[in-house]
Write a protein that binds this ligand. Structure first.
Ligand code: NAD
Ligand code: ZN
Length: 364
């Protein structure tokens, strides 16, 4: 049975758009069609998601001219080369500037589809239909799109907001436990950054979330989207506040790059990264022992690592942190915690303290 639990709005003036959250929304043709103002629709998905959900989505849109392009699965395929296949499909079918792209899949498909939409004929409409928890709570909202370059992740891209986000929480039924946990890292992040009440709710409900309790998941997704939408509305292009969403990410990116992409999932690296940010905040006297324990135990209960891999040495770790794009004017800026629900972007920390933490995490 179809249930629309809630509709949120990302408030960006005339580019505002709704986020629909509910179960079995893939079957709700009317809802999707509200966000599509064209006959021509190109669904972009991948070889894993297509057999699961493509036909259902297509049959909800049977009165439209719907085509599809099915990409190979995986972060390694998030490249300009693979993106060309979307343009090939659009041009071959003679899709015009009024067409709509529809992203059906996780964050990789969403980021690529959004970027294709930003580029095709200098910009066409697109709608997000995220199918991983990470994409539902994070990547589908906010308009950051792009692909990877061999020299850096997400280095080629554009800001391009979707016309709408359709979250069918039922799609999480087929997601494996490891991917579910990875998504929970970003959920915890919102609580830590600015929503202490949500953090406390997560402490009570973490086991329900991991058991895929539908009601708990829908609530966590809604709250996360609400938090992200507020940040995006206040700072669409990351001039300030939006940078807080990078909590745990500078540490996390160092881990992802250091161990090699694909070894650790992004959310796993962010889980460990948030614990490291909390640890540093603790050493600076900003976070007390009790809150420090609250952070690491919640991350652990989400099924995520709480420490960096021991294989990376301190020097290499610092080097990797320094290439992260959050470095401005040569100073390393980090998102740290002044308390649970009170994140700040700062370069006011002692590098020696950071070094000490890394030394302890990476005994020689
Ligand atoms: N644009 C943004 O603001 C933003 C934010 C965070 C992350 N990202 C990007 O998102 C990407 C990570 O997204 P992700 O974690 O969703 O990874 P992903 O897209 O690779 O999906 C993870 C895996 O789950 C599979 N899958 C997707 N939906 C499924 C379902 N319902 N059932 C079973 N399997 C399913 C995928 O095919 C894939 O194998 C990264 O490229 C990252 O850079 C972007
Ligand atoms: Zn992230």
């Amino acid at each position: 049975m179809t249930t629309l639990h809630n509709t949120l709005t990302v408030d960006l003036g005339e580019r505002s758009y709704p986020i629909y959250i509910g179960t079995a929304l893939l079957d709700e043709g009317d809802l999707v069609r509200r966000r599509i103002h064209s006959r021509q629709v190109m669904v972009v998905t991948n070889e894993t998601v297509a057999p699961l959900y493509l036909e259902r989505l297509k049959s909800s849109l049977s009165d439209l001219d719907v085509a599809e392009v099915i990409l190979p699965d995986g972060e390694v395929h998030k490249t300009l080369e693979v993106l060309t296949r979307v343009f090939d499909a659009l041009l071959r079918r003679r899709f015009d500037r009024a067409c709509t792209l529809l992203a059906l899949g996780g964050g990789v498909v969403g980021d690529m589809t959004g970027f294709a939409a930003a580029c095709y004929q200098r910009g066409v409409a697109f709608v997000q239909v995220p199918t991983t928890l990470l994409a539902q709570v994070d990547s589908s909202v906010g308009g950051k799109t792009g692909v990877n370059h061999p020299l850096g992740k997400n280095m080629i891209g554009a800001f391009h907001q979707p016309r709408g986000v359709l979250i069918d929480t039922g799609t999480l039924d087929t997601l494996d436990d490891r991917q579910l946990s990875a998504g929970l890292a970003e959920v915890i992040k919102y609580g830590l950054i600015q929503d202490p009440e949500f953090f406390a709710w997560l402490e009570i409900n973490m086991d329900r979330l991991r058991a895929r309790d539908a009601e708990a998941l829908a609530w966590a997704i809604e709250r996360s989207c609400r938090d992200k939408a507020a940040v995006v509305a206040a700072d669409e292009r990351e001039a300030g506040q939006r940078a807080l969403l990078n909590l745990g990410h500078t540490f996390g990116h160092a881990i992802e790059t250091g161990v090699g992409y694909g070894e650790w999932l992004h959310g796993e690296a962010v889980g460990a990264g948030m614990c490291m940010a909390a640890e540093l905040s603790g050493r600076l006297g900003w976070l007390d022992e009790r809150d420090l324990t609250r952070v690491s135990s919640l991350v652990k209960r989400a099924g995520l690592p709480t420490e960096a891999p021991v294989t990376l040495g301190t020097e290499r770790f610092l080097e990797l942190m320094a290439v992260d794009k959050k470095v401005l004017d040569g100073r390393l800026r980090l998102v740290l915690l002044r308390g649970i629900g009170a994140a700040v972007v700062t370069d006011e920390f002692n590098t020696g303290t950071l070094r000490a933490i890394l030394d302890e995490a990476h005994p020689a």
